[in-house]
Ligand binder design. Structure first.
Ligand SMILES: O=C(O)CCC(=O)C(=O)O
Ligand SMILES: [Fe+2]
Length: 624
């Protein structure tokens, strides 16, 4: 299992940290140029201290970037260099010194063509609306950052904090608990690097504030390396990596106390693809700007071959794959709101027309059933696929309400809806689906050679000529994609029963490829009291599930439980054979919507057809 080495200290040399990430691969040849370049520009012992530190930090970042994804050019990486000052310190000498230092770091990064964004955060005594404050400061970025370098002058910051502690305990707590977390959450990519660099005090001892910073984001990050970079040890720095995916640990209070969240997060780390800022769509911080200036709407994110391969591999190995930050958060909100509006409209009609109260199913005159547009799961959980607001949105986004409301057939390489259409037309998602459902069919796949006597196996599939297809040419088989729907959990909905969305096709062979995959995207803002979907890591595999099966209870599966803490913009793909369940919604008023599409091999018959059920809305008029 690939892990960041938490205990790694003094592991620093001209070639950087020895910590490795063998799950994400590394292409040495691609790296050589960078390593050689870095060696020659490294400062000698007599060079100024800040040059040496800046050069070492730059080397560390370049190497880590290349390890995470060698296919993202350094010129496509973004680093924010952030200086935190308390308002009145801004004009002090210390500020000036750090400013020089900041320039030095930036100069080295820019020499490697990395895009650098500078920002000074002058915090006021009482900083209101911190998230907005940060977003206004970084509005010139058009993506999340791959790394954050935080510069503080130990003396001035700590003195200010000490003063604040005395005269105003609340604001001291505020600084201690909030700013770094907001900064890390809002502008740093999942899996991104955060570096604190600090001059030590006059006695040469480490400063408190350094420790506070580390503690603050300790649970959000893992240590990559810590180092002092010169003879007199005046500058010390530490590099941490933001966790790729956290567990939503406040859910499932019934879990045994022996359940290890750390192991859960290690599994989540394996199943998550670390996207660079370049591969991500608009980040939450820029959504306002994008909404207000349509010209700035970003093209849909596209993954590198490296990321696509990792995603395909995750689907095969673990049965699911998480892609944080892939989607535009505005799009997610649009679709989520449309689904929720349809649920509201439906609930009114059902109450008036049928005496069915989906908000109070137990006290309702009649039990909610499944309708043509909406299938009821357990109480307070429903799957909605059609309704006036969705028809309207489809007409607006997909050009035609009709096409948007039906499943579509995509043959071999077709991206029918082109670049940029949310869940159904996203070219990288389609590529992941096709490769997962047609293993070995791509020349770029990681599977064992699909050759026999130097001839590709697919040549033998002569029957393929008879079914209106492309013949025995090894191309992807046709894929069918459902319309976009939403799974809503209302306040009070309980944990769903553990289940799979499709059976195995052949139950005597352990590891057939997926034939049915769901794509889930959370489309309401994250609320800690509201659960997403939980999975049993690896349970799409028949031998795994048979091994851990116990006819009496599910507890033998729970050590493998993962509860990804996903939010707007993130995507989860899962093989529908995997065991999973919707987590409870314990909030008082948050209605949760996860938008989805179902995708399957066209030859597979999806029995989920609600057309014969009673309709709620009048489709002919588009009205309710
Ligand atoms: O509500 C969820 O998070 C998952 C729902 C689900 O898996 C289902 O309804 O089949
Ligand atoms: Fe399900």
């Amino acid at each position: 299992m690939a892990e960041d080495n938490e205990d790694e200290e003094d592991c620093w040399d001209a070639f950087g940290s020895s910590s490795d990430e063998d799950d994400e691969g590394s292409d040495k040849d691609d790296n050589d140029e960078i390593f050689n370049g870095a060696g020659s520009s490294n400062a000698s012992a007599s060079a100024p201290i800040d040059t040496k530190t800046a050069s070492t930090i730059t080397l560390h970042l370049s190497q880590t970037f290349l390890k995470h994804n060698p296919q993202v050019r350094l010129s496509d990486r973004t680093v924010a260099v952030v200086r935190i000052v308390m308002g009145r310190e801004a004009s002090s000498d210390a500020y000036q010194n750090d400013n020089d230092y900041k320039c030095m770091v930036s100069k080295h990064l820019e020499q490697r063509q990395i895009l650098v964004v500078h920002q000074t955060l002058e915090l006021e005594h009482r900083q209101e609306n911190f998230d907005e404050f940060i977003s206004s400061k970084f509005a010139m970025l058009d993506a999340m950052t791959d790394a954050l370098i935080i510069l503080n002058d130990a003396k001035t910051v700590n003195r200010t904090l000490d003063e604040k502690k005395c005269d105003d305990d609340n604001s001291a707590t505020f600084f201690h608990s909030k700013w770094l977390q907001v900064l890390t959450d809002s502008i740093l990519c999942p899996g991104g690097i955060i570096i604190f660099s600090k001059s030590l005090n006059d006695e040469g001892t480490s400063h408190d504030f350094f420790d506070i910073e580390e503690k603050l984001i300790g649970s959000e990050t893992t240590v990559l390396c810590s180092a002092s970079t010169n003879n007199s040890d005046i500058i010390q720095w530490i590099a941490r990596r933001k966790k790729l995916m956290r567990a939503h640990a406040s859910t499932c209070p019934w879990l045994s106390s022996s359940h290890s969240v750390a192991s859960e997060e290690e599994r989540l780390h394996l199943a998550t693809v670390s996207l660079s800022s370049h591969e991500m769509a608009a980040s939450p911080i820029f959504s306002k700007r994008t909404a207000s200036d349509p010209k700035k709407v970003r093209h849909s994110s596209r993954l590198t071959e490296h990321s696509i391969r990792k995603a395909v591999n995750n689907m095969k190995q673990y049965g699911y794959c998480i892609l944080p930050g892939l989607l535009d958060t505005n799009e997610c909100l649009d679709w989520g709101n449309a689904v929720l509006e349809c649920v509201h409209d439906a609930s009114k009609i059902l109450l008036e027309r049928d005496g069915v109260d989906i908000y109070n199913p137990q006290s309702s005159n009649f039990e909610p059933q499944s309708y043509r547009e909406m299938s009821m799961r357990e109480d307070l959980r429903m799957d909605l696929r059609h309704g006036p607001s969705l028809w309207k949105l489809r007409a607006q986004k997909e050009g035609t309400a009709l096409a948007g409301g039906n499943s579509i057939l995509l043959s071999a390489t077709e991206n029918r809806y082109g670049d940029g259409l949310f869940l159904r037309g996203h070219p990288s998602l389609l590529e992941i689906l096709r490769r997962t459902m047609n293993p070995g069919s791509s020349s770029t796949c990681d599977d064992p050679p699909n050759q026999t006597d130097s001839k590709p196996l697919y040549l033998g599939n002569i029957g393929r000529w008879n079914f209106g297809g492309t013949g025995n040419n090894g191309s992807y088989q046709d894929l069918r994609i459902s319309p976009i729907g939403g799974i809503v959990s209302l306040p009070g909905s309980a944990d769903q029963a553990l289940h799979a969305d499709t059976p195995h096709l052949f139950e005597h062979i352990p590891d057939l490829p997926a034939h049915y995959i769901n794509i889930f995207a959370p489309c309401t803002a994250f609320d800690n009291a509201v659960g997403g979907t939980a999975f049993i890591h690896g349970s799409h595999n028949l031998s795994f599930t048979a091994k851990h099966y116990d006819a009496n209870h599910n507890t033998s599966f729970y050590p493998f439980l993962v509860r990804p803490r996903v939010s707007l913009g993130d995507v989860i793909l899962f093989d529908c054979r995997i065991l999973h369940f919707g987590l409870a919604n314990t909030s008082r008023s948050t209605e949760r919507c996860i938008c989805y599409v179902n995708t399957w091999h066209d030859w597979f018959h999806d029995a989920k057809n609600w057309d014969k059920n009673q309709a709620i809305f009048d489709e002919t008029t588009g009205e309710n």
